[in-house]
Ligand binder design. Structure first.
Ligand code: TXA
Ligand code: MG
Length: 321
């Protein structure tokens, strides 16, 4: 990530302008450490509705609300003890908590898609934090891609996917983590893994103990966990130990034949950071399909394999997010 410690000059002016646009109910795409978000004032029904319209997203899929500090989030949702411990340990960072809405929660019901819960996150990217502070409002932000497509990890991905539909795009360079946040819900005090993501399950479990993993059949589940998702235009073939004719081969570990390599040294953190950008790059008419090498299910490998399974799932099922 570029060093944004002293945000000044042009970037400071861009952030002020972006914050003003958000306050006026406009859509602004901004970088987070995970992926670029498509932000809108979460307290405005109309602004939130614009997100769903721009993405072509089914409105039953709820959004994550972003804020720059834990205390402000406490006004929106009720933290339990485990959630508080998680927030203190991992925020700002690639972790989203799904918690009960407070009765007087000012966030649009549309952002919760009719549920009594709200997903909240404090992102770690300095530009995101500066924007949130400047704006002073909870910002709803899904990944800034058309529904069902690959998540954006550069400003250029956002421009290509949603260019005409946003009032501004803050360019913070490539997102350092590269996969979306880990989403955690609660069954009482018991933590439930709703979506594996940029914070490794193993790290979370140092605070929560063993988590339950949500499935599509679970009582608590994440509406965004539909089968076909994060999908490039081309078909995706998993666990490929070689590439067929006309296939692009996305490698992992030492591989001289790969078209692109997620991490030649076999590092899952590096692979996560490269995943969506490389899928974007290979998704072109030079190839018939994208074959992806096997990736270990350890650390961020869990999130990578989750996204790849959805990218490879049959496309007849409604896509979303
Ligand atoms: O890293 C990220 O999480 C990015 C950046 C921009 O923060 N955002 C992102 O948002 O990935 P989105 O909308 O693409 O994914 C949100 C996920 C979905 O799987 C959704 O179903 C789940 O969070 N979610 C949101 N609110 C929920 C709720 N109340 N209950 C259960 N799941 C919820
Ligand atoms: Mg998404």
């Amino acid at each position: 990530m570029q060093d944004f410690k002293d945000i000044s000059g042009t970037m400071a002016a861009e952030i002020r302008k972006a914050a003003a646009l958000l306050k006026q109910g406009e859509l602004v795409a901004f970088p987070t450490e995970t992926v670029y978000g498509l932000g809108a004032d979460a307290t405005s029904d109309i602004a939130v509705a614009k997100i769903f319209a721009a993405k072509g997203r089914p409105d039953f899929n709820p959004l994550i609300v972003h804020m720059a500090d834990h205390a402000s989030m406490d006004k929106l949702v009720r933290f339990n003890e485990t959630a508080t411990a998680l927030a203190e340990r991992f925020w700002p960072g690639a972790m989203t908590l799904v918690l009960p809405r407070r009765e007087n929660c000012p966030v649009s019901r549309l952002a919760s898609a009719g549920l009594d819960t709200l997903a909240v996150r404090m992102p770690a990217h300095p530009l995101a934090l500066a924007l949130l502070e400047q704006c002073g409002k909870p910002i709803a932000a899904p990944s800034a891609n058309p529904s069902g497509g690959i998540s954006p990890t550069t400003a250029d991905h956002v421009r290509r996917g949603l260019g005409g539909k946003v009032a501004a795009i803050l360019d913070g360079g490539p997102c350092p983590v590269g996969v979306e946040s880990t989403v955690i819900g609660f069954d009482g005090d018991q933590a439930v893994l709703l979506r594996p993501g940029g914070l490794a399950r193993e790290d979370i479990e140092t605070i929560t103990g063993p988590m339950i993993v949500a499935t599509e059949q679970s009582a608590i589940s994440s509406p965004g966990m539909l089968q076909s998702h994060y999908a490039p235009g081309l078909p995706v073939r998993l666990n490929a130990v070689s590439a067929d004719k006309d296939e692009a081969w996305l490698g992992f570990g030492k591989n001289d034949m790969a078209t692109l390599n997620l991490s030649p040294s076999g590092d899952v953190v590096e692979a996560a950071a490269n995943l969506f950008a490389m899928l974007h790059q290979l998704d072109c008419d030079k190839y018939r399909a994208i074959a992806v090498a096997p990736i270990p299910d350890k650390g961020l490998g869990l999130a990578i394999n989750d996204r790849l399974r959805r990218a490879a799932a049959p496309r007849t099922i409604t896509k979303e997010t």
